[in-house]
Design a protein around this ligand. Structure first.
Ligand code: GRF
Length: 215
């Protein structure tokens, strides 16, 4: 069973999708630890409700980024974590942490990378006038919102969309995509070859770009 460490900073709806996936029969992962860098993150209550160990490691109590990360790293190792999943974790990670969890850390980003990295993603997408947006789960590399892509989901951009309506549509896809990506890794079906992810799975599982319909 793959042990996940989920890093959050806020609402935690992606954490919830992983909690729900892990509760489903046959899912190859379990959440060993949730870490929030903010004591007021709503996601902490989701972990508590599910009976999952959750820690606050408040970055504001540290004078250096690296000291903060060393405590996160120690907690993740102590919990036996094999895969770190950033889920709305709003701290930039140093190369030291990224290297410590190289090929063992994922992030979810609410755009079809490499388009629209960074913040205000849906504003960026609307300003660009794209007809399709979506989300990406990728391995973490030192450059923000980059790294080998495991899975993407596309959603349409509709006339009259605001950043909020587009965000809600993308978020719905995120909740399907993150568990899918974790499952592929947990089952050993997603391998990094030359900085690209090769999916070694039969049938539909290879088709990791999908386009759920908006509700
Ligand atoms: C998601 O849109 C995620 O892609 C981005 O931050 C948001 C986090 O939402 N990185 P939540 O905390 O998981 O609800």
């Amino acid at each position: 069973m793959l042990k996940l460490g989920v890093l959050i900073s806020g609402r935690g709806s992606n954490l919830q999708s992983l909690i729900d996936a892990c509760a489903s029969p046959g899912f190859p992962a379990e959440i060993a630890l949730v870490i929030s860098n903010r004591p007021d993150a709503a996601g902490l209550a989701r972990a508590e409700k599910a009976g999952i160990r959750a820690l606050t490691i408040d970055h504001k109590r540290y004078t250096t980024r690296e000291a903060f990360e060393r405590d996160m790293d120690a907690a993740l190792r102590e919990a036996g974590v094999g895969l770190v999943c950033s889920a709305g974790f709003m701290r930039v990670l140093t190369p030291w942490f990224v290297e410590a969890w190289w090929d063992r850390q994922l992030n979810i980003h609410p755009s079809l990378l490499p388009a629209f990295r960074g913040l205000h993603v849906h504003e960026q997408a609307l300003a660009a006038g794209v007809r399709v947006s979506g989300c990406t789960v990728h391995f973490v590399r030192p450059e923000m919102d980059s790294g080998p892509i495991i899975a993407q989901a596309a959603v349409p951009v509709l006339t009259g969309d605001t950043p909020d309506t587009l965000a809600a549509r993308v978020l719905e896809a995120e909740h399907k995509l993150y568990p899918l990506a974790v499952r592929l890794i947990g089952e050993g079906k997603a391998k990094i070859v030359g900085e690209q992810v090769v999916i070694d799975a039969p049938s539909r599982e290879r088709d990791v770009l999908f386009a759920p319909h908006p509700t």
